[in-house]
Ligand binder design. Structure first.
Ligand SMILES: [Ca+2]
Ligand SMILES: [Ca+2]
Length: 388
């Protein structure tokens, strides 16, 4: 039950010196009041249980999320109003190596809602010193993460890995939705290599199906899949877009950016599996325009993020019996370390950018990262392979 109520006890000492009879009457009256209060509470709780079945998943790039956002009471309040719409949120761009800011956000969310949200946190991901974490925030009373891993995207020390921030894959067990078991894989692509990384998400999908023995998979997050990063001419070369078993939910004409100067559908849901697709209510998929939804100025919305959250609703379990998961697991679950081990780089051609976009090291003879053009140290085939 999402309710915790303290009953005020009448202070007998303040009632003067009533005789025994009066005391019994007062006692009975007070019990009657408590009973009526309890019945009222039960009715309210039952009603709230019925309407609490709506189940929404969100993906939200909270631009450079760190302590300065939870320290700002206006931004914190807005973040809580946004997050409380959802049962499950995949957050991108969590900056700090220590998780104090994101934990504080979820603690404040729990105080505001009276609900037990918990969080599952990825490794600190990136190729250089700039790193980000993925975080799943979820209602622990109705959702349980049962398996998780970082996608193994190749060898970072050879420059042959495929993602700047490899996807963090989590399987959830869900009580209140018709779909009881599903997998989410969240991503924040490198804008410089969005075409290649969105294409490589196809391999993440194939790998997840094999590892987890399910087709019910949603890839969600900031794909950077629009405007200058992914253009109409790129779609034919992106397997994730071409395979008809995968359905895309935020349309190309959508706008997931706070900026009023552009109209970019960077953030997406991509879903496979007949059961998952049947469980979704397609018309509920949309970005939440923060300015319109919360009556904010551009500056107020921008203080929260440069992205809008995107959301989608899952059908409820019509036969849900009110069962809840226990909430005794630790607060702030570590998702462990990325699987990238040190590789021997056998067979890797360090003079080529084929399969090595983003590669940079002082020990490499040439570079395949976006700044190689400014430093004039690109491998000769950089443009051909990395800027399709
Ligand atoms: Ca990587
Ligand atoms: Ca916009």
């Amino acid at each position: 039950m999402p309710f915790v109520v303290a009953f005020p006890i009448p202070m007998m000492a303040n009632l003067g010196s009533p005789d025994v009879m009066e005391l019994h009457l007062l006692d009975a009256w007070s019990h009657l009041r408590e009973m009526r209060f309890l019945i009222l509470l039960a009715v309210v709780a039952a009603c709230s249980l019925q309407v609490s079945h709506a189940f929404k998943i969100a993906a939200f790039n909270i631009e450079r999320f760190d302590a300065h956002k939870v320290d700002d009471p206006v931004v914190l309040n807005l973040l809580i109003r946004i997050l409380r719409r959802y049962e499950l949120i995949a957050v991108q761009e969590v900056m700090n190596a220590n998780d104090t800011a994101i934990k504080r956000l979820v603690e404040e969310l729990n105080v505001a809602t009276g609900l037990p949200y918990n969080l599952l946190i990825s490794d600190h991901l990136g190729r250089g010193s700039y790193r980000e974490k993925y975080v799943y925030i979820f209602r622990e009373d109705i959702l349980k993460p049962t398996e998780w891993y970082h996608y193994d995207d190749g060898c970072e020390n050879c420059g042959s890995d495929s993602f700047l921030r490899e996807p963090f894959v989590v399987r959830f067990s869900s009580l209140t939705t018709g779909l009881k078991d599903f997998v989410l894989a969240t991503i924040h692509t490198s804008p410089d290599y969005a075409v290649l990384e969105v294409n490589a998400l196809y391999d993440v999908w194939e790998d997840a199906k094999q590892r987890l023995h399910t087709e019910n998979i949603m890839i969600l997050g900031d794909f950077n899949a629009d405007c200058s990063y992914v253009t109409a001419r790129h779609w034919p070369m992106i397997r994730l877009r071409q395979d008809e078993r995968l359905q895309w939910f935020i349309e190309d004409g959508g706008d997931t950016t706070v900026s009023t100067n552009n109209n970019c559908a960077y953030d997406r849901f991509v879903v496979s599996g007949a059961e998952f697709l049947n469980a979704l209510i397609p018309e509920t998929a949309k970005p939440i325009n923060l300015q319109k939804e919360y009556g904010l100025t551009y500056a107020e919305a921008k203080a929260v993020s440069d992205h809008y959250p995107i959301e989608i609703e899952l059908r409820k379990d019509e036969l849900y019996n009110g069962q809840l998961f226990g909430v005794d697991s630790s607060f702030g679950i570590s998702g462990g370390l990325s699987l990238n081990g040190v590789c021997d780089c056998a067979g890797v051609d360090f003079a080529s950018c084929d399969g090595r976009c983003g590669a940079y090291s002082r020990t490499f003879p040439c570079s395949c990262n976006a700044s190689c053009t400014s430093y004039s140290d690109c491998c000769t085939n950089y443009l051909a392979f990395c800027k399709p």
